[in-house]
Design a protein. Structure first.
Length: 341
């Protein structure tokens, strides 16, 4: 608490709006366990209480956040094994119903351990109904073949949700050509029998629990960012998988993170990129001034701590105020690009 950066009274007074972030709740009605390496405790039941605590916090803020971004892995893959996927999802979504502002759901690997893509598309985890459309710009409309959309929570600010499992062997119908194509890409980069193992890989992100972005989705992203540049907007991007190596363990990155970075770096408008999946969190500002923030996972957060944050948006920066394991971060906009209100 003592060494957290202070945005200062001047900036406090000019806050435009705020939004909440929370990642990797991974709820399951199970005793505590450990991660795959056995190094981190997982609090499967308590994760629901952590979510309740976060929602209570957001609900009682004097100026409530405009929305909450749920960064994926809302329930744990273990639920599938115990045939508890639907029940657990209902429990977590009922908890989210207490939240007084909209929540935008991202999809992660654990969504696909529990449900098919068709199921998710028809479920309450599909929040595309919250999207905003840009009139007379059909090229900024996402295709139905991936789960991505954009919305404007405040004038001149656009948020984009990306589908990091658009190219993946998870959630893709195994009889489809797309599955064969994704499996081929995975096998070309990962000769291991166990495709979840990064052992010996020069590009450790090519594991089964990750995925990537199709060229179609990247083209769409490019169109939206082109519009945002022209319209002088600030953009926040959200994805379950991180895309910047310095902010993340390389085994957690999206398969073709370089392709996503190339699109983002060819535009001025992107301020920050929020991801989950890493559980330990991470942060780095890239050479193009984009802030990459990986939010610490709820599932590996002890009952006496917390893991969520609220991002306060100012004319010249965004300030993440973290709770518990989530550290504060100041994310200045690229120089000479600050708004002058
Ligand atoms: Zn994940």
């Amino acid at each position: 608490m003592d060494d957290k950066p202070d945005p200062g009274p001047l900036s406090e007074s000019s806050e435009l709006f705020s939004f909440g972030v929370i990642a990797d709740i991974q709820y399951a009605d199970l005793e505590d366990g450990y991660n795959f390496q056995g190094s981190r405790r997982r609090y499967y039941r308590h994760s629901l209480l952590h979510l309740q605590g976060a929602i209570e916090h957001w609900n009682k803020e004097s100026s409530p956040p405009c929305c909450v971004l749920q960064l994926g892995d809302i329930i744990d893959g273990y639920n599938a094994q115990y045939k508890a996927s639907e029940k657990s999802l209902e429990l977590v979504l009922n908890t989210f119903q207490m939240l007084k502002v909209p929540v935008h759901h991202t999809w992660g690997n654990h969504e696909f351990y529990n449900f098919s893509r068709d199921y998710l598309t028809n479920s309450k985890l599909n929040t595309r109904f919250l999207e905003d459309q840009i009139a007379h710009r059909p090229e900024t409309m996402p295709s139905e073949s991936y789960y991505a959309y954009h919305f404007v929570p405040f004038p001149k600010f656009r948020f984009i949700l990306l589908d990091a499992y658009d190219m993946s062997v998870l959630g893709v119908d195994q009889s489809s050509p797309k599955f064969q194509q994704c499996l081929k890409i995975l096998r070309e980069h990962n000769p291991n029998t166990e495709l979840n193992s990064p052992q010996g890989l020069s590009e450790p992100q090519f594991v089964q629990f990750n995925g990537g972005f199709s060229q179609e989705q990247l083209n769409w992203l490019n169109e939206v960012l082109t519009f945002s540049d022209r319209n002088q907007e600030k953009v926040v991007i959200v994805s379950h998988l991180p895309i910047y190596p310095a902010a993340s363990d390389s085994v957690c990155l999206a398969w073709n993170y370089r392709d996503a970075l190339a699109v983002i770096w060819s535009h001025e408008c992107v301020v920050c990129f929020f991801a989950g999946h890493t559980h330990d969190g991470g942060y780095s500002e890239d050479p193009f001034g984009v802030h990459h923030v990986n939010i610490e996972g709820v599932i590996e957060t002890a009952p006496d701590s917390q893991a969520f944050g609220t991002v306060h948006v100012y004319p010249d920066k965004m300030v993440l105020k973290g709770k518990g394991r989530v550290p504060d971060r100041i994310m200045n906009y690229k120089k000479e690009k600050a708004f002058h209100f």
